[in-house]
Design a protein around this ligand. Sequence first.
Ligand SMILES: [Zn+2]
Length: 76
Amino acid sequence: MKCPICRHGEARPGAVTVPLERGDVVIVFREVPALVCENCGEAFHDEAVTAALLKQAEQAVAAGVEIDVRRFAVAA
Ligand SMILES: [Zn+2]
């Protein structure tokens, strides 16, 4: 798809690292599926991926995690 941010690049399937912050908690998800713009580098996630990221971040916060780096898994 055409990148909506820079309007020049083409966004192609790839994987990115996504850092999330919740208050004092920092969680870094690796290998998150995304469409990545070849021009500006902006990454776009579909709704299922975004929902899974937020859910896993909440679970980590609930588990008392302060900082974590994990591999993203859709099924988790
Ligand atoms: Zn772009």
